[in-house]
Design a protein around this ligand. Sequence first.
Ligand SMILES: N[C@@H](CCC(=O)N[C@@H](CS)C(=O)NCC(=O)O)C(=O)O
Length: 336
Amino acid sequence: MNRALSLIVCLAFTCSGNAAWAQILKAVKDRGALVCGVSQGLLGFSSPDDKGNWTGFDVEFCRAVAAAVLNDATKVKFTPLSAKDRFEPLKTGDIDLLSRNTTWTLQRDIANGNFTAVTYYDGQGFMVRKALKVNSALELNGASICTQTGTTSELNAADYSRAHNLGYKVIVYQKASEYIAAYDAGRCDGATTDRSGLAGDRLKLKKPDDHMLLPETISKEPLGPAVRHGDQQWGDLCRWTLFAMINAEELGVNSKNVDQMMNSASPEVRRLLGKEGGFGAELGLTADWAYRIVKRVGNYGEVYERAVGQGTPLKLPRGLNNLWNKGGILYAPPIR
Ligand SMILES: N[C@@H](CCC(=O)N[C@@H](CS)C(=O)NCC(=O)O)C(=O)O
């Protein structure tokens, strides 16, 4: 490439990069609300009550971003999306953030948006009726298995069947409510999706205690939020929102003690809470961005316990989603 041409190419990239820079953050600030894509209803992750109040782990992440940007965790407009239709609104800019039990895969990362980080490490499982008297997914030869279309669940079930020569008939439905109803009505021998999803879906069955999860975990399902391609600042902001929540847990900073922690002598706590370092400005925010997240929403552990922990009907153990120094794999880069 000659020098003139390479200069033009270089300028074109620089300009397009600048044009995209900070668009979403500005739009959210101007609008005074974050538009967050969530599921249509998955207990523990994103589910609305009769009055339209949303709760769950993915919902809390939206609120954490709103707290960081707008200093108000309630300033979120939730857009419920089916599995199949979840990526299009991200690409068109109809949502600012997709926080919907979405597995990070190569194809999705390239074609649909940038995955910012993993908020929940999961894997796919199977649910069956106890009355079926099977103890392993390997005993489900020729079984019909219900799941939702547009998911990795659908693809993994087919892979697993092929790899183990099981002859599963994978039956897919457009909506979660349809696949759950079909399974509950006995139209399938088993249901399959992420184990965390099955934990929530089981509670929607007529008799949850008549059903159980089989021991196999057949895939890796790193679930995380995604943002639109091309706005680096917004991606950084969403990624560091999660890292701030994880670091806060590691440093013992929570929503109840965060005000006292503002006076902490620990350099790490001081950098987290914006008393030193001035990292907020680099994210397009004020210095106390992480203070706001912890104060208005909580650290990672608080959110986990509130949404899916032992005090909830889901009772999901922390497992992989515990801190790296407590037996899990949550390891947030340092704030410095
Ligand atoms: N993590 C998987 C599965 C995600 C998924 O959509 N699971 C279904 C079954 S639990 C679900 O959440 N449905 C809720 C909804 O569509 O509202 C993926 O990203 O493809």
